[in-house]
Design a protein around this ligand. Sequence first.
Ligand SMILES: NC(=O)c1ccc[n+]([C@@H]2O[C@H](COP(=O)([O-])OP(=O)(O)OC[C@H]3O[C@@H](n4cnc5c(N)ncnc54)[C@H](OP(=O)(O)O)[C@@H]3O)[C@@H](O)[C@H]2O)c1
Length: 292
Amino acid sequence: MIKENAPLRDKTALITGATSGIGLAAATRFALEGALVIGVGRSEARNKQAESKIKSEIPDAKIAFLLADLGYQQQVRSLESEILVLLKGWDVNHLDILINNAGVYLANKRRNDKQIEMTFAVNHLAAFTLTYQLLPYLKRAQGGRVITLSSYAHRRTPINLKRIVNPWPYIGLLAYKRSKLCNILFTSELNRRCQDIEAFAFDPGLVNTGIASKSTPGISDLVWRFHRRSGTTTDVPVETLLLLADRTKTDLTNGIYYRDFQPDTPSRNALREDLACELWELSCQLTGINWI
Ligand SMILES: NC(=O)c1ccc[n+]([C@@H]2O[C@H](COP(=O)([O-])OP(=O)(O)OC[C@H]3O[C@@H](n4cnc5c(N)ncnc54)[C@H](OP(=O)(O)O)[C@@H]3O)[C@@H](O)[C@H]2O)c1
């Protein structure tokens, strides 16, 4: 049951990739803390399963799921009108917290309908477009927060934005690492360009989820199955997500990149303003968004 004085009572939160792993744990906890939660997932069946699981644990949870494969820009764009309907149903017109959590690791190269490599499309471009579309709602929340899941993996990652759309040769781990670097570059540029909201990039640490076992069975699946065993449970990163969602406890003065409750210094590439600006312009070009 949600407590009367639950800290997120009546806050609105949208969490992408809320059907498993960190996203599902966050959706559950945010609902328990009183938030009105919109989860986004790519499978109707897994959406239903996640919603029933949360409602069975928290019968008075205010939670709804929307369907979208975030690898496809058209599906990302279709979310806005559906989100609006849900918010109206809850009698609110703003969004307090957006958590860009959905992420993939793809051992083999895949491209979407626009020939954009899928890891980049899901892990970065979807977050770019969704944030843009939800910006008016986040601004209305007066201090809306955008939290984007990055990773320690962004470190020691060479990046050439001219080749990111169609990298060749394709190495799954490098594509993943680059996308996690993009998450931080996007966050810092978002803060520079939009003063009415606050954006954070978050490294959850090593977490025991199925992320790298979902694409194809093979060597990366085997390595990940072994590696994930030393990871934390999904409840651990959710504690820092709660901290980042709380305007009374965190602000931008200590940094935009967090790990284990603390601001941390990201890699040198992640701090490059020229790269962040170049990524922003490329993202505008690829999504057709004119975001100045
Ligand atoms: N696990 C770690 O050690 C770790 C470390 C650093 C950073 N992270 C980051 O944390 C985030 C969450 O990862 P996780 O470990 O919790 O992995 P996960 O359990 O695989 O969760 C990923 C979520 O994203 C969803 N998703 C994937 N592709 C999608 C698409 N095309 N459209 C819509 N939703 C999609 C998945 O849906 P399905 O349920 O349908 O698969 C799932 O709900 C990722 O951004 C990841 O990069 C994780």
